[in-house]
Design a binder for this molecule. Structure first.
Ligand code: ADP
Ligand code: MG
Length: 641
């Protein structure tokens, strides 16, 4: 039994949401759901998962339930829907008991197409009674990875969803959505939610509008970089992620001192303050959010123009999820990762610490640690790689053969490659001779020929490789004669440490965990002994200045907005401030009125009639009625003077 036709769906997409076509993946999932088949959509953050259940919710007869873990955001999500003329509602603990009663009564009377509920609600007897009486054609489970213990955000309350669905008088179509791609999580979702032969769609993980950059900076310079970035476009919204609360406080303090309208978020703040700060960010009163990774799941603020990481996260999964919060509206946005040596040791430390408190057997704990270490190594590899950053990430997510993008900091050539093959060979020989029994410090001291307490204690001054990277050592250890080319200057500790990290990140070496990490051979150690082996290290050259977004990348892909002229830019500012005024007056977040993408399209089209205004991407009938006049007046005014 079909719930509705695709024709209905396309009409709702245009009339309510103002989009002329579905994005890749959306269409097939909507079609499956409307045909009565369960669905599982795995798409990256920003791909547009909400429409996959919102459109069917609008066109299917009855009430579509949306299970979402994000109680604090339901209000915003529903406001967005109402603003588009969609009959949405939500039910959670922020409503008073009498408000809840009203919502349920109205729902039974058929007043809503969609209702957002928190998973806890599904166990509430009153809600169960309601669900027995209501006609529920579709249950959508957003952030479905929360059902899996293997995911990053396990919520035990998600385990109740399967039973809830099974207990409904008529089984609804179930559609689950997530951005987590691993097969294990996907299996859990299917099994624990009881999906029946779901139509499964995994879209590519590329986010073409995101520009990726990596810069290695000492902690002090990180701060200056972040301030410069925030000041470059003070009205742009951005998120700065830090690994600790202390860093959040420090970075936030410095930004505010530099005159940036920033706010902050971490688990050490009171719930009240977190809510106020989040609200300030969402309403663009404080466009810059400095936060730990406690912030952001489900934040669907679409106009986040950049995400800067003040520290390296522990995995590519975590990085891509956090960075992916930039540019959900498809407009060019920036993802910049700043890192320093200390970040790597901090992550290693966390891996050792964390696994201690889990309720796992020692064997299980070791398996978890080993997988975390592999994830960390891949993250470190991202920091070091001189290849295309985008294709590095996509390959990590299993997209083989992803070509260089021509549009990330590495493809732009914002760095110099320094050949460190000689140093790398020396390190490998040293690790072999020391048989992987010593840590980085000892390996470095031996190579540099330092008179070090440990070197003496272990009697390593007599090792063959002792001093092989010291001033005057032969460049090729097989040539010992007086004419042999010799090294000028001892390799600095910082450089050497980097070579070792790079070898570890590339799998030539392995750094063990524990209180005394040791350097030993990694899985690829043989390759390092082959004649063709070479290793290059990356040094950033372009550090200061803007990040070149909106500028067309030479020879690269054309970014969403294309080249934006100065006139367009000025009009955009005018429309942005009109949007903020309207939003404030109505008590709505600005991006709910119109997304940045919609404002950009408006600048390009400069509509003067209702018909033209409707053509703007993101404008449906309700929005035309509500805002068309004001925005067209502003455009007219801009063009006249
Ligand atoms: P996700 O949940 O996958 O992270 P969202 O559902 O929050 O993504 O959507 C991200 C953005 O993409 C929103 O601003 C939404 O309006 C926009 N969007 C979604 N589908 C389309 C479409 N078919 N055409 C244009 N924009 C879209
Ligand atoms: Mg979403």
């Amino acid at each position: 039994m079909a719930l509705a036709s695709m024709e209905d769906a396309r009409r709702a997409l245009a009339d309510k949401f103002g989009y002329c076509s579905f994005r890749p993946g959306q269409e097939a999932l909507v079609e499956a759901v409307l045909s009565g088949r369960d669905g599982l959509g795995v798409m990256p953050t920003g791909a547009g998962k909400s429409l996959v259940y919102q459109v069917p919710g609008v066109v299917a007869e009855g009430l579509t339930l949306v299970v979402s873990p994000l109680v604090s955001l339901m209000g915003d999500q529903v406001r967005s829907l109402l603003d588009a003329g969609v009959r949405g509602s939500y039910l959670n603990s922020t409503l008073s008991p009498s408000q809840q009663t009203t919502v349920l009564q109205r729902a039974l009377a058929g007043a809503y197409d969609l209702m957002y509920v928190a998973p806890e609600r599904l166990a509430d007897p009153r809600f169960l009674e309601f669900a027995q009486q209501a006609a529920i054609p579709i249950v959508a489970v957003d952030e479905a990875h929360c059902v899996s213990q293997w995911g990053q955000d396990f919520r035990p309350s998600y385990l109740a969803i399967g039973d809830f669905i099974a207990a409904l008088p008529t089984r609804p179509v179930v559609v689950a959505l997530t951005a987590t791609a691993t097969a294990r999580v996907r299996d859990d979702i299917e099994r624990l939610l009881g999906l029946e032969d779901p139509f499964t769609l995994v879209t590519g993980f590329d986010r073409p509008n995101l520009h990726f950059g990596v810069e290695r900076l000492e902690p002090k310079r990180k701060l200056r970089r972040i301030i410069a970035k925030a000041q470059a476009d003070p009205l742009d919204s951005g998120i700065v992620y830090c690994s600790t609360r202390k860093d959040v406080e420090r970075v936030h303090g410095e930004l505010v001192a530099a005159g940036v309208a920033a706010t902050r978020y971490h688990a050490g703040l009171s719930p009240q303050e977190r809510r106020v700060n989040q609200e300030a960010f969402i309403s663009d009163d404080a466009p810059v959010m400095v936060a730990t990774n406690a912030f952001g799941m489900g934040i669907d603020k679409s106009n986040v123009r950049y995400v800067v990481h003040h520290n390296m996260p522990g995995s590519i999964e975590a990085y891509y999820q956090e960075a992916g919060r930039a540019g959900r509206d498809g407009e060019p946005s920036e993802c910049l990762l700043l890192w320093s040596d200390g970040d790597i040791s901090t992550c290693r430390f966390f891996i050792d610490q964390e696994s201690g408190n889990e309720e796992l057997s020692p064997e299980e704990a070791e398996v978890v640690r080993a997988s975390r270490r592999r994830m960390l190594e891949a993250m470190v590899g991202y920091c070091y790689t001189t290849e295309c950053l985008r294709s590095y990430i996509l390959r990590y997510f299993g997209e083989e053969g992803a070509p260089a993008c021509g549009d990330c900091a590495n493809c732009d050539g914002d760095f110099r490659a320094i050949d460190v093959t000689d140093e790398a060979r020396a390190v490998m020989r040293c690790v072999q001779e020391l048989r992987g029994r010593y840590g980085k410090g000892v390996v470095m001291a031996v190579l540099r020929g330092d008179s070090d307490e440990r070197v003496e204690r272990f009697g390593l001054a007599g090792a063959r490789c002792f001093g092989s990277l010291a001033d005057g050592a032969p460049l090729d250890p097989r040539e010992e004669g007086p004419e042999a080319p010799r090294r000028e200057g001892t390799v600095p500790v910082a450089r050497l440490r980097e070579v070792i990290e790079l070898l570890a990140a590339s799998g030539y070496l392995d750094i063990t965990e524990g209180r005394f990490p040791m350097v030993r051979f990694g899985p690829r150690y043989r390759e390092a002994a082959e004649p063709g082996f070479s290793l290059a290290m990356k040094q950033t050259v372009k550090v200061a200045g803007g990040l070149g977004r909106r500028a067309a990348a030479p020879g690269g892909r054309v970014l969403g907005a294309g080249a934006f002229s100065a006139g367009d830019e000025a009009l955009f500012e005018a429309l942005r401030s009109l949007r903020k005024g309207i939003a404030d007056a109505m008590g709505k977040p600005p991006y709910v009125v119109f997304s940045d993408a919609t404002l950009r399209d408006m600048c390009a089209r400069r509509p003067a009639t209702d018909e033209e205004f409707l053509k703007v991407s993101g404008v449906g009938l309700t929005k035309l009625k509500r805002y068309g006049e004001d925005f067209m007046a502003a455009i007219r005014q801009f063009e006249e003077g």
